[in-house]
Design a protein around this ligand. Structure first.
Ligand code: YSA
Length: 326
């Protein structure tokens, strides 16, 4: 069999390689002939050299062509066995979604951003000073009992509210400003349908010259209208927090268009920043208001969720209902 026929008959890439070595390898027939050229008389050497080189090129081209043909056949065989059947039914990839609380937090912070508030975050592990003392809860103050929490051995604690960020923010900024702080808070709580040991609050703080209680009421009213519609109403009832004077709890009148249920939804606390808090951060000649409320509370009633624990037990049957709720 001549060389070209051998190449064209090579059944695999390995066999083709063997033929290539046989003719063009270091000890191959063609290589050998090229080496032996020097033994020929000079006048024969040139024609013999040209002939052998032409043959070499012919073999190289034949090898390339056979290699391409073998690759094509292998690919065709692979496609025939592994081919994609586009008529087969596909399967659906699971699609995730934002947790209802994440949606609520995003929505509420968007509302405040649209009213010109800056959004900041604070540490969840706090010192007693920020969580209590600088907020006018001295040691042994009875109001500390309303916010028991979890303590580290070094005296730090899991913050019981987002209010410590009022002090942290004021220590590093000069008024006037408007700021909100969403985040996780913790309490040593007997967990039930409306109380969790970990929940979320949103704090708002506005400080400037001549900020009044009317501004506080207006801010709460604006937030309620943006969240619950223009018919929403709000009310303040006097109450006590050490870091405000006067202090109030605030509620929003809400109506569920689906169930027709309505009522006062008590959201959180508010008031005018206490002079002792301003003294602790070295502010003079300004006034301010603050409020803070539970974000679970905000989501619980309007969405008809009967138990706060549903937010955290990871039951997909609950979570799926609120994919893209807002
Ligand atoms: C008051 C005055 C200000 O100027 C600023 C902020 C505040 C709020 C204050 N820091 C505070 O934490 N008040 S609070 O103890 O009454 O909690 C506020 C809200 O958090 C409650 O109205 C409720 O909506 C929610 N909350 C409290 N304990 C909870 C809870 N939500 C779920 N589980 C719990 N265990």
């Amino acid at each position: 069999m001549d060389a070209i026929a051998e190449i064209e008959a090579a059944p695999s890439e390995a066999a083709l390689h063997e033929v290539k070595v046989k003719y063009l390898g270091k000890k191959g027939l063609i290589t050998q002939q090229l080496k032996e050229l020097s033994l020929l008389p000079p006048d024969e050497r040139r024609t013999a050299g040209a002939r052998i080189n032409a043959l070499k090129q012919q073999l190289e081209a034949a090898i390339e062509a056979r290699k391409a043909a073998l690759e094509r056949t292998a690919l065709e065989r692979q496609l025939a066995t592994e081919g994609l059947d586009v008529t087969l039914p596909g399967y659906q990839f699971p699609v995730g979604g934002l947790h209802l609380l994440t949606q609520v937090i995003n929505r509420v912070t968007e509302v405040f951003k649209s009213m010109g508030y800056e959004v900041v975050m604070g540490p969840e592990l706090e010192t007693d000073d920020y969580n209590f003392k600088l907020l006018n809860f001295p040691d042994e103050h009875p109001a500390r009992d309303t916010q028991d929490t979890f303590f580290m051995t070094d005296g730090r604690l899991l913050r019981t509210h987002t209010s410590p960020m009022q002090v942290r923010y004021m220590q590093t900024h000069r008024p006037p400003f408007k700021v909100v702080v969403p985040g996780k808070v913790f309490r040593n709580e007997a967990v039930d349908a409306t109380h969790e040991a970990m929940f979320h609050q949103l704090e708002a703080l506005v400080v400037g010259e001549r900020v009044t209680m009317a501004d506080l009421k207006g801010a709460i009213e604006e937030m309620a209208k943006a969240l619950f519609g223009t018919a929403a109403r709000t009310r303040l009832l006097p109450t006590y927090f050490p870091f405000v004077e006067p202090g109030a709890e605030f509620s929003v009148w809400w109506q569920n268009p689906k169930s027709g249920k309505e009522g006062w939804l008590e959201l959180g606390g508010c008031g005018m920043v206490h002079p002792n808090v301003f003294k602790a951060v070295g502010y003079e000649g300004v006034t301010g208001f603050a409020f803070g409320f539970g974000l679970e509370r905000l989501a619980l009633i309007p969405y008809g969720i009967p138990d706060i624990r549903y937010f955290y037990n990871g039951d997909l049957r609950v979570l799926r209902q609120f994919r893209g709720a807002l």
